[in-house]
Design a protein. Structure first.
Length: 233
């Protein structure tokens, strides 16, 4: 059986990254580069492909950070992924940026229960609760955008040690600390394409890759806006 080859790109937050999986080998680039994603992402892609000695046409799929995150960052990421995938004739796999951060906490610190929160501005956070299942982090419940206080009230208190990742805990830590009995601060602040690869591999094996034109971002806040429109409650 041929080795699975997946490229991952992410520009959804202040970080910019690209990673390539070739079987059990991984090549990656990562940099915290606010407002510089459009200049850095393609050279990162070229670098990991060169490291592996591959061309885009040899890939099985391209994964991208589908959000939530910065609206502009998410759009840049999906546009780059669509352009690369269209040219190479390969499908796309959208990966949650919150899930990628949770995966990073397991890779770096062995975390098995993770709360991921990205500062969504407007006194809100993008939030997800993840637990280790088999070989990847899996979502518990659903990802939401919420005021931190309302989130704590809705979720109650989680017992036991839980790792917290993302900028939401930096911004709203005093409120979000009430989510868990014992929160363990993680070094993970932003997602990395490297951590999207195990999630993308699982999605590929599950047949979840889609044609270029079917790839969609996940903003979360769009859902809230849609529900508040007249007649859409």
């Amino acid at each position: 059986m041929d080795e699975l080859k997946i490229l991952a790109v992410d520009t959804a937050t202040e970080a910019c990254s690209a990673a390539l999986m070739v079987g059990d080998k991984v090549f990656s680039r990562w940099e915290e580069a606010p407002r510089d994603h459009t200049r850095k992402i393609l050279p990162m892609v070229q670098a990991v492909l060169a490291d592996a000695g591959l061309s885009l046409e040899q890939l099985d799929a391209i994964a991208f950070g589908r959000g939530p995150g910065s609206f502009t960052g998410v759009r840049i990421g999906i546009s780059v992924a669509q352009g690369l995938a269209f040219g190479a004739g390969v499908p796309l796999i959208g990966i949650s940026t919150l899930a990628a951060m949770a995966q990073g906490a397991h890779r770096l610190e062995g975390a098995e229960r993770v709360l991921a929160a990205i500062d969504a501005r407007m006194d809100e956070v993008y939030f997800g609760h993840y637990e280790w299942q088999g070989d990847t982090m899996q979502l518990v419940g659903e990802e939401v955008v919420s005021h931190p206080g309302a989130l704590v009230e809705a979720r109650g208190t989680l017992n036991g040690r839980v790792a917290c990742v993302g900028t939401g805990f930096e911004t709203y830590g005093e409120t979000l600390d009430d989510l868990a009995e014992v929160l363990v601060t993680s070094q993970v602040r932003f997602p990395a394409a490297l951590d999207m690869l195990p999630l993308a591999s699982r999605a590929w094996l599950a047949g979840e890759a889609v044609p270029v034109e079917q790839a969609t971002p996940v903003y979360l806040r769009d859902k809230v806006t849609w529900k508040k429109l007249p007649g859409r409650e």
